[in-house]
Write a protein of this length. Structure first.
Length: 162
């Protein structure tokens, strides 16, 4: 993600074994980090990330589950953490060694267009669609949610209004 994401700032919290990178503009605030590792991620403390409150491996495991990618990690030079443990999706350099297979394009006043091998999974955990192309509703008006049904055109929906 570094180099490809357009965010205003990154905040870093670290010690000799791990650095946590937080991209606040990417955070969707689902609270996953708070639930998984409250001793490290605590909104009532300052700073809100305390990398000294848990083993680096536990922090890595929690960050690998961050759904928005707003939390990332890296290992500083001389870290005692096994680099094999730190190769997950939360690693700051993950995208360099794992290029994206799926692309999501934001269309003007329309759906999110997904290209590439993807599975859309419903709330019940069942696959709703598998395939190489999908149009996902982003206006919230579709009668066939999560898929776009073109209602945005009928309703005159504009991105700027949201």
């Amino acid at each position: 993600m570094p180099g490809t994401e357009r965010v205003g700032c990154v905040k870093e919290y670290g010690n000799n074994d791990i650095t946590v990178h937080w991209f606040p503009e990417l955070c969707a605030h689902p609270g996953t980090c708070l639930r998984l590792l409250p001793e490290v991620f605590n909104l009532k403390q300052r700073p809100w990330v305390n990398v000294n409150s848990a083993a680096p491996e536990k922090i890595i495991s929690a960050i690998d589950k961050c759904p928005s990618g707003a939390l990332r990690y890296s290992l500083p030079e001389g870290s005692k953490v096994d680099p094999g443990v730190a190769g997950g999706v939360g690693n700051i350099n993950f995208e360099k060694s794992n290029p994206a297979a799926v692309k999501i394009r934001v269309s003007t006043n329309g759906p999110l267009l997904v290209e590439g091998p993807a599975v859309v999974i419903g709330i019940d955990g069942q696959a709703l669609k598998e395939g190489g192309r999908t149009a996902l509703c982003r206006c919230g008006l579709s009668k066939n949610s999560p898929f776009c049904d073109g209602t945005h055109r009928k309703e005159g929906w504009k991105v700027d209004e949201i």
